[in-house]
Design a protein around this ligand. Structure first.
Ligand SMILES: Cc1cc2nc3c(=O)[nH]c(=O)nc-3n(C[C@H](O)[C@H](O)[C@H](O)COP(=O)(O)OP(=O)(O)OC[C@H]3O[C@@H](n4cnc5c(N)ncnc54)[C@H](O)[C@@H]3O)c2cc1C
Length: 363
């Protein structure tokens, strides 16, 4: 079947884009080099907020808010459609430790409600935490279980009649006279008038030969997983660079490192020891707990510090949705919607200029 649009990359960004484009009436083909949702979109912690408000560009706030306001309904719709519960949960975020007050102040400047908690209140809320108060709570922060979200989205794509091909490595883009023609995979040419590059940190390899290649690069993040009794923690807890994310069944994630090591997903003993020590210092029970899993994922960093959600300035029909760095899970619904607005000629949900294709001199 002829497709109107090819989406390259089956992470959260590509999956949300494919779903949104199909809902907009296009015949969509999604091409994934490996299996759907096995890279950063699986590896992430699923916190539905930018955990570093002090360094989050203000221009990102409108898109963050758009996504955050829709996630609860989205999770409910996906569950109704597919029977898979992505476990959207408003856990709230607790800020503890020496820089907690400064972080809390940064949250308030984004217009988010923050509550100050004294030591007694903190101990009552989270008895497993060993760190003394004061602390600050950001009640609006929610989380989602991203591996389950990915499975639910996959089911939703089948219902939306999106064609999906796994183990399909896109090797090059085909274009002529400033117009996209389609893509070239191993041994095959596939035509489409619209191509969306949502290939995470690998996006640059497809855009490299064109004018205005954006700066997109991998940033490794390592995480640990523990299995604890449900309710060990109720909030997401952040202490300096380390955060703990408790799932409903007691699974506890501890993250994460930020490492510039190229396309290397190896896990290291150094990160394991550092994250384990930090986790045990916050929740003493974790110091005695075996580490159930350790993994690494590659975040798509971007030279501008902003995701690229835009059409190519010189190749009509070619679009990119990438470079979401530490915020790709939370931003995925809004990013997909914004890109589809641009492709379908609808009024954009937020001003698109901050996400435009960067001119070379601005990099
Ligand atoms: C440890 C860690 C913790 C994180 N925590 C959070 C968090 O709490 N909250 C949050 O919002 N974000 C978080 N993130 C960031 C978030 O996970 C990413 O920003 C997001 O997943 C990026 O999604 P993506 O679809 O662009 O990329 P990916 O998930 O990497 O998907 C890209 C896909 O494209 C495919 N692909 C690449 N090249 C080709 C090709 N040539 N042909 C076909 N397919 C191709 C890949 O195989 C891959 O499946 C975290 C990331 C990590 C690593």
């Amino acid at each position: 079947m002829q497709s109107d649009c090819i989406v390259v990359g089956g992470g959260l960004i590509g999956l949300f884009c494919a779903r949104e484009l199909a809902r907009g009436g296009l015949r969509v083909l999604l091409l994934e080099r490996g299996l759907l949702g096995r890279e950063a979109s699986w590896a992430g912690a699923g916190v539905l907020a930018a955990l570093e408000p002090r360094t989050t560009p203000p221009a990102l706030q409108a898109l963050l808010r758009y996504s955050q306001e829709r996630y609860a309904d989205l999770a409910r719709d996906l569950q109704a459609e597919t029977g898979i519960d992505p476990e959207w949960t408003r856990s709230g975020l607790l800020l503890v430790g020496p820089d907690a007050e400064a972080r809390a102040t940064a949250w308030t400047t984004t217009g988010t409600e923050v509550e100050a908690l004294d030591a007694e209140c903190l101990a009552g809320l989270e008895p497993a935490l060993s760190i003394p108060g004061p602390a600050w709570r950001v009640p609006a922060v929610a989380q989602i279980r991203n591996p389950r979200l990915l499975r639910a989205l996959r089911g939703a794509l089948a219902a939306a009649r999106v064609a999906v091909r796994e183990h399909c490595d896109v090797r090059a883009l085909r274009h002529t006279k400033g117009r996209i023609l389609g893509v070239e995979t191993v041994g095959e040419r596939i035509d489409a008038r619209t191509v969306v590059i949502a290939a995470g940190p690998w996006s640059l390899s497809l855009l490299d030969g064109l004018p205005h290649p954006p700066v997109i690069f991998p940033v490794r993040g390592q995480m640990l997983l523990y299995r604890t009794p449900p309710g060990t923690l109720r909030h997401i807890v952040q202490h300096g660079e380390v955060y703990l994310v408790p799932r409903r069944d007691g699974t506890m994630l501890v993250g994460s490192t930020v490492e510039h090591v190229g396309f290397d997903k190896t896990v290291t003993g150094e990160a394991r020891a550092a994250l384990h020590a930090a986790a045990g210092a916050l929740v003493p029970a974790l110091a005695r707990q075996p580490i159930a899993e350790q993994w690494a994922g590659l975040r798509p960093g971007s030279g501008t510090g902003m995701p690229l959600i835009a059409g190519h300035p010189e190749v009509r029909g070619l679009y990119a949705n990438t470079g979401h760095f530490r915020n790709g899970v939370v931003l995925a619904p809004g990013s997909a919607r914004l890109l589809c607005d641009l492709i379908l000629g609808r009024a954009p949900i937020v001003a698109p200029e901050p996400f435009a294709w960067p001119a070379p001199q601005s990099l």
